[in-house]
Design a protein around this ligand. Structure first.
Ligand code: EPZ
Length: 428
């Protein structure tokens, strides 16, 4: 089964978004499945010996890409709305094509799964991207500890492993991707693997749950020590993706910045604790219900200080949107990005809209201004795009955002969802 229509096919190739600011966002919006959970989970589906069904999959260009990657390995992939069905029986290739891996570096997580299933993997070395060089040294160190031999040849990573053997692996940094790659390879290795200083993000837990639903034995996901007992084979399963905490946070911020009253539905509140704390510190009212959050802004925003950290700290993926919030807050905000070395690309674009921001190394100092004005701006990466959208929704006049393909990588139906909240927004 070929991969059916992609998000890009459905968009009539309009790559700009026009926003007329000034309308407070009001109403309800529903969060989609988490991009950063579904990408490794679709990659992990090739571990199964029989068909897998994944529900609550967001329609995103990154999801199109990972589906194309596994389809290129011989695996049958079918999309039906927010469901992806994978039949890994046809897996017959261990090489992921350059043009797909270069489009999305997260494709590198197929490496661990390919080594587990095929004993081989040939993946184009994923490049960096706008937010940093994005090395994969800890991925490779972990896979080598499990017994893989890896070399770089003509820009490709060539890995072979006659058999994978459990090992104790200490991660110098709790890398999300490295934890995922190692977990997938270890799930079918001989013996037990312990990952120490592992990433603790909710998306890691969702991946571990999926592997266990296929018959795997992963314990400790969500903590900084994960124990994996290898099994000889994994079966098909049906899995629902967790809600996207970063998409949820992006809508919470946009609602607050526009002075609105929005209920964000389909959230796991526990995944957003640091974000809710900072929203409250800035003077926003946040009302919690079982699976939804309501934000109301009744007063002036106050400046806040925050530092991005690995989970459970403040998520780096919400640094840019939260910075947009501070641009119109009273006082000065000090924002430090500790995870990526170059994640302030949105600053220059926000300054074009009148924001007052200066950068000192990994810290941005934001002096709040009374108003932002619409301008022509460029999305430089996914979350910078979300920040610019939030700023545009509260700016005076019209903003034209270019390179919106970045935004479509991680925000399902964002124009329609914002229109549903009263935004004057359209593609152009
Ligand atoms: C995942 O990227 C997410 N992507 C990112 O989301 C997220 O920002 C990041 O985790 C941190 O939470 C997906 O899950 C698809 P890391 P990943 O390995 O796995 C360095 C978004 O906007 N590093 O935890 O690449 C790396 O350069 C995206 O949705 C090494 O040096 O993140 C970075 O500075 C952006 N060597 C830091 O560690 C390695 O081997 C954290 O990277 C691996 C990483």
């Amino acid at each position: 089964m070929a991969v059916v229509k992609t998000v890009a096919d459905r968009k009539d190739n309009l790559d700009k978004i026009l926003v007329k600011g000034g309308n407070p966002l009001v109403g309800k919006v529903t969060v989609s499945g988490a991009k950063n959970a579904v990408l490794p989970i679709i990659a992990a589906s090739i571990l199964a010996g029989s068909p897998v069904q994944i529900d609550d999959v967001p329609n995103l260009t990154d999801v199109d890409t990972i589906c194309q990657v596994i389809a290129s390995l011989g695996v049958a992939v079918a999309r039906d709305g927010n469901t992806v069905k994978v039949d890994p029986a046809g897996l017959d290739t261990f090489e992921a094509p350059h043009e797909l891996v270069s489009k999305m570096r997260a494709s590198v997580v197929v490496m661990g799964a390919l080594l587990a299933r095929m004993g081989k993997a040939r993946i184009s070395h994923p490049g960096g991207c706008a937010i940093g060089s994005r090395p994969i040294n800890w991925h490779l160190k972990g896979l080598e500890a499990l017994g893989a031999q890896i070399r770089i040849n003509h820009g490709y990573l060539e890995a072979t492993a006659a058999s994978l053997k459990g090992a104790r692996i200490y991660l110098d940094f709790p890398s999300v991707g490295a934890t995922e790659n190692i977990m997938m390879a270890a799930s079918m290795a001989k013996g037990t693997t312990i990952i120490e200083n592992s990433a603790q993000e909710p998306e890691i837990v969702d991946l571990a749950n999926f592997i266990n639903e296929m018959g795997g034995k992963v314990r400790g996901a969500g903590t900084n020590v994960i124990r994996i007992e290898g099994v000889s084979h994994l079966n098909g399963a049906v899995h629902s993706i967790i809600p996207d905490r970063i998409e949820a946070g992006s809508y919470l911020v946009a609602a607050a910045l526009t002075g609105g009253d929005v209920t964000v539905e389909n959230v796991i509140i526990d995944h957003l604790k640091p974000v809710l704390a900072k929203l409250r510190e800035s003077g926003v009212e946040v009302i919690e219900a079982d699976t939804s959050l309501r934000v109301i802004r009744r007063s002036e925003l106050k400046g806040i200080d925050f530092k991005t950290q690995v989970h459970p700290g403040f998520p780096t993926d919400l640094q840019a949107p939260m910075m947009a919030l501070t641009t119109m807050a009273r006082g000065t905000s000090i924002i430090t990005e500790t995870v990526f070395e170059n994640r302030f690309m949105h600053v220059e674009e926000l300054k074009r809209m009148g924001a007052n921001i200066r950068i000192e190394g990994r810290t941005a100092i934001v002096d709040g201004v009374a108003r932002l004005t619409g301008a022509q701006v460029k999305a430089t990466d996914l979350r910078a795009g979300a920040a610019l959208l939030a700023a545009a929704l509260s700016a005076e006049g019209v903003t034209e955002i270019e390179n919106t393909y970045h935004i479509d990588r991680g925000y399902e139906n964002i124009v329609e969802k914002l229109q549903g909240l009263g935004a004057q927004i359209s593609r152009a």
